[in-house]
Design a binder for this molecule. Sequence first.
Ligand SMILES: *[C@@H]1O[C@H](CO)[C@@H](O)[C@H](O)[C@H]1NC(C)=O
Ligand SMILES: *[C@@H]1O[C@H](CO)[C@@H](O)[C@H](O)[C@H]1NC(C)=O
Ligand SMILES: *[C@@H]1O[C@H](CO)[C@@H](O)[C@H](O)[C@H]1NC(C)=O
Length: 380
Amino acid sequence: MVKMHMLLCVTFFILHLSSLMLVTSSPSSSLHYKSIFSFGDSLADTGNGPVIFERLSIFNPVTRHPYGSTFFGRPSGRDCDGRLIIDFIAENLGLPYVPATQAHNGSFHQGANFAVAAATTLDAEFYHERDIPGAPSKFPLNTSLEVQLAWFESMKPYLCPTERECKEFFASSLFFVGEFGVNDYHFSFQKKTVQEVRSFVPDIVATLSMAIERLITKHGVRSLVVPGVIPSGCSPPILTKFADDSPAAYDSKTGCLKAYNEVGMHHNSLLQAALSKLQAKHRNVRIIYADYFGPVMEMVQSPHKFGFEDVLSVCCGGPGRYMYNASVRCGDAAAITCVDPSARLYWAGVHLTEVANRYIASRWMGKINSLARPSSKGAK
Ligand SMILES: *[C@@H]1O[C@H](CO)[C@@H](O)[C@H](O)[C@H]1NC(C)=O
Ligand SMILES: *[C@@H]1O[C@H](CO)[C@@H](O)[C@H](O)[C@H]1NC(C)=O
Ligand SMILES: *[C@@H]1O[C@H](CO)[C@@H](O)[C@H](O)[C@H]1NC(C)=O
């Protein structure tokens, strides 16, 4: 009995350890992606935001201390204390950190990141026409998925000299389409009811679907990772802005706002249905749905399993119930930073800490590794 118990403990320990170590282990030999291309928002932005915001004279706090204090040792243009999911995945695939196209002065042959903080799936006009989020805000900026695809298409001549070589190159590259959606919803929640915002979901998913179709049919892309959205109702800005007097608005187990999470679940379920359709249509392509919602919920539901002291407050912010305060932002002189970011799920705003990103990356890597890159035979 005792032996059996010890064996179980050891097995549990090893399993636990291996799940933590997955991201730092050497890349699987079956995968040799030549490059990573990434489209998305601040959850994947490795440095475009500061450049684009500066051009428009919009202050971007990620350029200040204590951003990057856990890893990089300086503000790196990421909205995090360290690495993002895309950074851990690049490390795991043996590729360089994916350079931000607006910030990097060098080669993009091993990766190009078009993701920009605050980017929406739908074009900015869709929101401006509806006064979302409304003046004096300049957001959303002209950095939608469509705009990022146009940036990618205009980079092609620098990446590959002929259409045939481009198709070969893109067929052996890994493409991230997203995360997209969080900004569409969070901007909209400022002005519209949850039900109205929910009615945008089909358009947003259709736009993602069309972008994926275009990458496959026009550019020969054969490996795509498409992340769903995070549980917005657990994120400190939403919890602060839409604090509800009614306890019924909250999930009693987690303290998250149910209605805002439901919009995300709806998005994720329509997205998965759309991806299944695309996968059925394009048999020689791999489309991986990357679950963002599930791992964040796991961390919210079982903080201690992940070593978290607090899962609904940001590590870096201002006074308030969730340490999120729109007038005292991380990076401001008056901001407060927690002692140990690795004991928090949220770093600043909706953005996760490096330790949370590492865990989510390990989950996504499991899926990326579970199927080898499709062979280049049969590429058209
Ligand atoms: C970009 O790199 C080139 C070559 O290394 C250098 O000559 C140029 O000044 C750089 N431009 C900027 C804007 O840093
Ligand atoms: C948005 O950006 C794209 C690509 O850079 C450009 O072609 C387009 O004219 C811009 N649209 C607006 C409204 O500024
Ligand atoms: C946000 O910070 C300001 C300035 O410190 C403070 O006056 C205000 O009460 C804070 N808001 C909340 C909700 O605590």
